[in-house]
Design a protein around this ligand. Structure first.
Ligand SMILES: [Ca+2]
Ligand SMILES: [Ca+2]
Length: 244
């Protein structure tokens, strides 16, 4: 019974609302495939995220010569952003007449109320592109250019303000020769030790941290130092911020 009681306490703690560091103001996430050309049967299909929740979709559209496919799995967390997407082109026999492919587009705008440490890891394949803009981080690459195996591995401090991240797995979001691409993106920001946003750092926050102990798969607000793990380093930060 004691173990059951402990489990119930942990479940109750993880059910608490937690303080968000990232304040999302808008998002646009879409996957689609196919085309309106005779070469691909003129069939197309697409799905877009309708809110800020997790978005996981795979679209496959069969054509006369080949099928096109696009995928996206993205999660907008309170302290991190995760996004994976890929596209494939079909209709190789259609070169010179028309070409069809998939698209996987990801775009979010968010605000930081105060400066925060961050870590960012990303990789891009083939005709992918990315753009990150804000007060203290401005990066872009790709467009119509092939950026095979481009990677980002950064850390530092983001100043307060508004940031826009755009990831595009086929470079230009239209059906054409540039339709094979992929992105794999993770941005983590340091968490707030007051995990439940109560105004104090106490046993409730400690319980939330312990419940998230280990590697961070996706949303992981107790990863206070933004390294992808909830471990002794984060515990030390929480205890160091303990409210007397
Ligand atoms: Ca608290
Ligand atoms: Ca950590």
């Amino acid at each position: 019974m004691e173990r059951v009681g402990t489990l119930l306490v942990v479940l109750a703690l993880t059910g608490l609302s937690q303080a968000d560091v990232i304040n999302y103001t808008s998002q646009s996430r879409t996957v689609g495939g196919g085309a309106g050309s005779a070469c691909e049967n003129g069939v197309s299909d697409s799905v877009a995220a309708s809110d800020f929740g997790p978005f996981t979709e795979t679209i496959t559209v069969a054509g006369d010569f080949a099928s096109t496919q696009a995928t996206q799995s993205s999660v907008l967390c309170g302290t991190s952003i995760h996004a994976q997407g890929s596209t494939s082109a079909g209709g190789a026999g259609c070169v010179g007449t028309a070409y069809a492919g998939g698209y996987s587009d990801f775009s979010v705008v968010f605000e930081l109320d105060e400066s925060r440490s961050y870590s960012l890891q990303a990789s891009f394949g083939n005709y992918a592109s990315y753009s990150i803009s804000g007060p203290s981080l401005n990066l872009s690459a790709g467009g119509f250019k092939k950026i095979v195996n481009d990677t980002l591995d950064l850390d530092g401090t983001l100043a307060a303000g508004t940031y826009t991240i755009t990831l595009d797995a086929n470079s230009n979001s239209v059906f054409d020769l540039f339709d094979n691409g992929s992105f794999d993106f993770v941005l983590r920001l340091e968490g707030d030790p007051d995990l439940d946003g109560s105004g104090s750092v106490d046993g409730t926050d400690l319980g939330l941290l312990l419940a998230q102990w280990g590697p961070c798969a996706t949303c992981c607000p107790a990863d206070l130092n933004a390294d992808g793990m909830v471990d002794a380093a984060d515990l030390g930060l929480l205890l160091g911020a303990w409210t007397p």
